[in-house]
Design a protein around this ligand. Sequence first.
Ligand code: NAG
Length: 442
Amino acid sequence: MSGFSTIYKISIIVFTLCFGVCGACPVLECWFVQEKPGHGGGLSTPMSQEKSLMFIRTEAFSEEIKTELHPPADISSSRVYYVTDPAGTFCSAALNPPKGSVNKPKCEINPFMPHASMVRWASALTDSAQSPVYLQADWFSVAAQGLDEQLTLSNIMRAPLASKDPKVILSVSSKTPVVRCRLGEPVLLDCGFWVDPSSPLHGSGFSIEWRYQFRGEGRLVLAYDGKNDRFAETSESGAEMDITGLYQTGNVSLILEESQVRHSGTYICTVYLPHLLAQVAVDLEIVEPPSLSILPSPLPLLVPGQVLSVQCEASGFAPHTLDLGWEFTGADGKSLSLGQGSVTGHRRASDGTFSQSSRLELDSTKLRLARGGEISCVAKHDGGTRRASAALNVIGVAAPSIEDSMAMVAVALLLYGMIKFLSWTFSSSDSGDSELNDKKEK
Ligand SMILES: *[C@@H]1O[C@H](CO)[C@@H](O)[C@H](O)[C@H]1NC(C)=O
């Protein structure tokens, strides 16, 4: 019982805290962007941009509350909106920076025209005639990007004609607008949606689509027709969505089983309701640092006066930007940059990763190389810095150290002593022999 009451107390505390802090809905400054009136449409339609402001609450605004709010004077009153957001989709800390902070979330609001979707997996949604009365309203689409790449959001809002009180009807968002991962790992691209349960569109079906886009190239990754409970045929393998999560929490995250270089790009998560759609983009970057090797391996002994050519091979990396360089670490532990060497162009492997190499001419007469040490190839990459080293040994030491000189003096002394000793021994035995010979001759 006491455990239960503790849980009860804690939940009350969490509840109050949440309404004080985490449930705080922002006052969002947005750019209201629309086509300039009087232009017939087309590709190069001039756009107008006005400052606008959204007051946001999870409950509807009463006239009383509205009179207490004072929008800044530089925003036209016709561009001030009182948004009801029942699920609190806007009420994330990422869209609600501390007062006075320099960084602000990005936000844009556009007029939205409901329309039947043309894509195959969403066309079933508008098979039956929809209540056109419900669509006769002012519709808006809001795109917002939270701070620190924590959130990207796209909401469709409906306001009774000529009112200033829109309500969020459809919300699509991702908590991972930017995803970076290593090669060969499973990847989760977050996307979730919410539909206002009080809207007539709720329960009349939805469709989900994930598209891939990179430098103008695009392809369908996954499409789910929720009305017919059917996935569309795609050429993509190893990409899936958890259907249970979809129906339970609106979690339509895309799961890639194993990341490959070709997966790098932008993924667009689109949710279709009858006549409505909202989408968010998630950027995926596959970042794999290079593997390095130094050739020849092991390095041959360096003969003084000779030039040795060494090569550093960096392979298996992506993206292609790489900074290759050489370092020498002497016997005294001090490092010295030897520059870039001559770097080759990139080669591309069948898995999409890159390789590149650098050749360095090691001139033993230069610098402190003459004493040998360690040669390192250093590769700076977005995925991290990698380093490979090889021992460099030199035949015959041209510039001896103090220790070496002392050892040489000691050896010299020893040799001198031995020669002295030997010569003394031999000369004394020589004289003995000669005495004998002398005697024989006599
Ligand atoms: C969405 O589903 C994926 C895959 O099942 C899961 O890993 C992820 O945690 C879910 N996200 C949320 C917010 O529940």
